[in-house]
Design a protein around this ligand. Structure first.
Ligand code: SAT
Ligand code: MN
Length: 580
């Protein structure tokens, strides 16, 4: 197979000249090709078979122990002007980055196969979808891209029709962290990644293309590429709303997108359109429509069980790639909080004994095609996307942020998003549990200066459009004893219900300096045994703490100097004044 697109052909040839692979394989995306790759990886030991009776067509991949999460300190945005990348990104001059990467790519595919993966982010027929081509020497990456994206022949045909695509060059290199870099060249629509085989570092369609490069393109073209799940919420009366929600990695986007209503809320239905990324465009009528550029899930495994996320628990019982989980005595994948059993092997393949720590890596992942999810919405394949009623921001915050509040208007919503903070998780290397600012949950993913990004968000409100309402949620409030105050998971539907009631103008709210909060009685509490005092503290707004928070936000904005949009600063001043 090859292609009629000359630019693509030449890029593949030039890459082969540089990296010197033994073979070149153009991926057609067929099931047969996936099967052959699996066989190859089983022979090489890159994949281990799992119990074929209880976990048919499931495999375990063990990463190099130094290569188990995104590496933000090795991820760069390479724009000619440093200020364009902003203080939120690591920056290198494009020429310097190219020289460094060329040196590392030189001869790196000797003895290996170079795979060419044409892929389409979004439904193939969607005007909102965009194509890319990833070149990689990792069959694991090819197999993951097959589960996560629409890849192969149909994507290549679209590329040949349109002539446009994002280029991504990836090699696992020698997996030495000293020689690991993930570079983005937004002006050239180019990504280069070497030295890692892990998810967000290596599956270039995901964070590198669909967020970093796409956010940059979206700004030029007037749309939004966001780190958001998309879900459909249907009430017992059949009223449907589509919600998009941005939380940082490993803060429960997958669980919320697959939520199972509590027994005490019969008739409510949640369907999943996406669990990680949303591309948002206005249609001709001024309605904001979302597509999920992905077609699979790369979700956190630990903590997944029939109670926390039954849909995920069941969808990963077949045709799933597990990365960095442990094993039980029946050669089934095992992870913390899966069940009452004990593992026998940890994620590195070492014998596990009580006291040897977690058997699964805290950032262990499953890769699975989206249609295996029982709550999958076929609208995820609709080229027109879905109309968004509400945008929800959230983070993991022990204190301060109430369970839910609503911004007064779009501009306030942009402030609420820009001020998102969250405790860090195992999804990235580095300290876990440290609170940091993570605007719109895009801190690791915005491909350009955050100040310009906030300006872009503000510019969305041009007076002619039907803008969604904006909310903030926090499922992670803890009491003095460290216990979570809110039960979370299925009960989060109670909060979503208030959100759609607000969107439909059916319910009132308590106006506070930080926005609109529910009256406790306006939250559906049927079947929820929550102490009223606990609910009061979940819905409390402590002016003293919030004044401190607003100072902290101002100090954060100041890092971006005079590029910060005046409208955002004015909104900040308004809230400070309201806090008295
Ligand atoms: O590693 S990924 O970026 O794919 C997952 C995540 O951190 O959200
Ligand atoms: Mn994510």
């Amino acid at each position: 197979m090859t292609t009629s697109n000359q630019a693509l052909r030449q890029w593949v040839e030039a890459t082969a000249t540089l990296t010197k692979p033994d073979r070149i394989h153009w991926c057609d995306g067929s099931d047969a090709e996936y099967g052959e790759l699996v066989q190859l990886m089983l022979r090489r030991g890159d994949l281990l078979p799992l119990n074929a009776e209880t976990y048919p067509d499931c495999y375990l991949h063990r990463s190099d122990p130094t290569d188990v999460a995104r590496v933000e300190h090795l991820t760069f945005v390479c724009t000619p002007d440093r200020a364009e990348a902003g203080p939120n990104n690591h920056w290198l001059a494009p020429a310097e980055a190219r020289t460094r990467m060329d040196g590392l790519f030189e001869g790196c595919m000797r003895g290996r196969t170079l795979y060419v993966i044409p892929y389409c982010m979004g439904p193939i027929e969607s005007p909102y979808a965009r194509c890319g081509v990833e070149i990689t020497d990792s069959p694991y990456v090819v197999a993951n891209m097959k589960l996560m994206t629409r890849m192969g022949r149909a994507a290549l045909q679209r590329i040949e029709r349109e002539g446009r695509f994002v280029r991504g060059l990836h090699s696992t290199g020698d997996l030495n962290p000293e020689r690991r870099f993930i570079m983005h060249f937004p002006h050239e629509l180019l990504i280069q990644s070497i030295g890692s085989g892990y998810g967000g570092n290596a599956l270039l369609g995901k964070k590198c293309h669909a967020l970093r490069i796409a956010s940059w393109q979206a700004r030029q073209e007037g749309w939004l590429a966001e780190h958001m799940l998309i879900l459909e919420l249907e009430s017992p009366a059949g009223e449907k709303h589509y919600l998009a929600a941005a939380f940082p990695s490993a803060c429960g986007k997958t669980n919320l997108a697959m939520l199972i209503p509590p027994a005490s809320m019969p008739g409510w239905k949640v369907r999943t359109l996406g669990d990680d990324i949303a591309w948002l465009h206005f249609d001709a009528a001024g309605v904001l429509r979302a597509i999920n550029p992905e077609s699979g899930y790369f979700g956190v495994v630990p903590g997944t069980n029939a109670k926390t996320n039954r849909n995920a628990f069941e969808m990963i019982r077949h045709d799933t790639i597990f990365t960095n989980v442990g094993l039980n005595a029946r050669n089934e994948p095992w992870w913390e909080d899966k069940d009452k059993e004990q593992p026998v092997t940890d994620w590195r393949g070492r014998p596990w004994t009580p006291g040897s720590g977690p058997a699964a890596h805290p950032n262990a992942r499953f890769t699975v095609a989206a249609h295996q999810n029982a709550s999958y919405s076929p609208l995820a394949d609709d080229p027109a996307g879905v109309p968004i009623s509400a945008i929800i921001f959230g983070g993991r915050r022990r204190e301060l942020a109430p369970l839910v509040y609503q911004a007064r208007d779009w501009r306030h919503g942009v402030l609420v998003g820009a001020a998102v903070a969250s405790e860090t998780t195992a999804a990235a290397t580095g300290a876990v549990g440290v609170t940091r600012r993570d605007p719109m949950a895009m801190k690791p993913f915005c491909g350009y200066n955050f100040a310009d990004y906030w300006g872009h968000w503000l510019s969305i409100d041009d007076g002619s459009r039907q803008l969604p309402k904006v909310f903030h949620v926090n499922w992670f409030r803890q009491g003095q004893d460290g216990r979570f105050l809110w039960p979370g998971f299925g009960d989060n539907l109670r909060v979503l219900r208030w959100i759609v009631d607000r969107c439909a103008g059916r319910v009132g709210a308590r106006e506070t300096p930080i926005g609109y909060l529910p009256q406790p009685t306006d939250l559906d509490q049927q079947g929820l045994a929550l102490d009223p005092a606990v609910l009061d503290s979940l819905l409390a707004v402590d002016a003293v703490s919030w004044r401190r928070e607003m100072q902290d936000i101002a100090a954060y904005f100041a890092e971006f100097g005079d590029r910060v949009p005046a409208g955002l600063l004015a909104e900040h001043r308004r809230v400070v004044a309201a806090l008295g």
